[in-house]
Design a protein around this ligand. Structure first.
Ligand SMILES: [Zn+2]
Length: 357
């Protein structure tokens, strides 16, 4: 350990950490994506046929598009190159989805293609193939889908980078590391008082300032989970709030007056931001449903948590943050300081039972 590191101070030393090798290299933040983004590739069956005469391709595609348009599957390409070695034909074409085929006992090219619609010249034997039923939303889905049939993909590069665990720069990670350290410190302070070992920090990413820090206080009240405490402290920083946590020194907030860019209630109610508009939350373990809904209501910007919870509502049991029928959605990342957060959770006796975070 160097002399510099001997300095034992509670104040984050951003300059020293930024750009240097620090513990932030020991964890990776991965995105918690929606079910649609993370589910396996769903397949549907279709009839296809080899194109034995390549010269007929554009006519066949035109006539098939007109007879059997693939309106429900706009991501699917009509023709694929046949890569199999020794294949006698270079291309294969989708005739139609099985669900779109006319009802008949024996299906053949001739029965699927009325003579006045598509001339079957140039087509080989009919076969059944599975094609992706939905457009791929992520690169992993795209790669899996493409193994079945060529598929178009509108890539969200940020999601691709996030899935590789490379969404944040080393400098950003060093800052995130410090915020989660503050949450861990608060969690330990709460635990000392007999509360569950959970800590939460709300920060303003624009100014990189901590707005509020809270820990679990359910010894006082069953609903005072760390996230609820933290949101109430943010409200207090803006002149609101319902509760008083002044007797807990680790629960604190930065008054709005000392942070000019903080969400200050406006005299014009229409322009007043929600409590957590534009803010990020760092919490040692995945929030429960109640806390996740409170984060929706307060319009949190992003949530970072260290470790998953059995009843977690941001990835484990539910994905409240990606719920289409809720009026606010936000990004969630897990894994920040995962080891320290896991150790904290597993050291928490309450958590070993079916306790809700
Ligand atoms: Zn909770």
């Amino acid at each position: 350990m160097s002399n510099e590191e001997d300095t034992n101070t509670m104040e984050p030393q951003m300059k020293r950490w930024k750009g240097s090798v620090c513990d932030a290299d020991s964890w990776v933040a991965y995105p918690v994506l929606s079910d649609e983004q993370s589910q396996d590739v769903e397949l549907t069956e279709a009839f296809a046929a080899p194109i034995v005469n390549k010269k007929e391709t554009s006519r066949l595609v035109r006539e098939l598009n007109s007879l059997y348009p693939l309106n429900s599957l706009p991501h699917i390409k009509r023709v694929r190159a046949c890569k199999a070695k020794g294949s006698l034909h270079p291309l294969e074409v989708l005739i139609c989805l099985i669900s779109d085929a006319p009802d008949m006992k024996e299906v053949s090219i001739d029965s699927l293609l009325p003579s006045d619609g598509v001339k079957p010249d140039g087509l080989g034997e009919l076969f059944v193939v599975k094609v992706p039923a939905r457009p791929p939303l992520t690169r992993p889905q795209f790669e899996l889908a493409s193994q079945h049939w060529p598929t178009s993909f509108h890539e969200d590069k940020l999601v691709t980078v996030a899935l590789r665990g490379e969404r944040f720069t080393p400098t950003q990670k060093a800052t995130m590391h410090l915020y989660m350290m503050s949450a861990l410190t608060a969690a330990k302070a709460g635990k000392e008082l007999g509360m569950e070992a959970v800590g939460a920090v709300v920060v303003d990413p624009k100014t990189e300032r901590i707005v509020a820090v809270g820990h679990d206080c359910r010894g006082d009240h069953p609903l005072h989970h760390a996230v609820m405490v933290c949101i109430d402290l943010v409200a207090r920083s803006q002149g609101g709030g319902c509760f008083c946590f002044d007797r807990y020194s680790a629960c604190r907030f930065t008054p709005a007056a000392s942070n000019p860019s903080q969400n200050v209630p406006d005299s014009d109610a229409g322009s007043q931001p929600y409590i957590c508009t534009g803010y990020d939350l760092y919490v040692t373990r995945e929030p429960c449903v109640m806390c996740a809904m409170a984060l929706v209501h307060s319009r949190i910007g992003r949530v970072f948590y260290g470790t998953a919870s059995l009843d977690g509502a941001l990835g484990t049991k539910y994905k409240i943050h990606s719920q289409k029928d809720l009026n606010h959605r936000f990004e969630v990342y897990k894994g920040v300081l995962s080891k320290a957060c896991e150790d904290l959770s597993s050291s928490d006796d309450h958590n070993k039972k079916d306790s809700v975070q």
